[in-house]
Design a protein. Sequence first.
Length: 143
Amino acid sequence: MKEEAIRKYAGLMRELDLSGLEVKEDGYELRLERGSFTPSRNMKTYIVPDEGASPEAKPASGDDGTVIKSPMVGVFYSSPAENAAPFVTVGSKVKKGDTLCLIEAMKLMNEIYAEEDGTILEILASNGRIVEYGAPLFRIGRA
């Protein structure tokens, strides 16, 4: 199901003040529920990159880096709470195991971790946008 269709149904939920909506269309099943954004530090999130996202910055060096891909479909969040600072920004130094972002899937917040030490070269997903399985989320250059 395309992102435009999902956004259409989300808009319908807001318009009709619905708390949930379930749709079966063209072989796809979609279930939307409204709730508050309260990630748990005990949950792990997997992120799928947004193909239409524009990177924050281009790398200054010739280092192609390592691409972190989303392990699931969900909503990408760059920070632990709505008004909080992002986990990482372009140029941030990270260590293996550091939290890079959250992916919300089926009302669970999943943390995405750095797979190696390095520097964030690009952020390839947009905050609050749906990412697909296997979509690139970050590019990390070697430390």
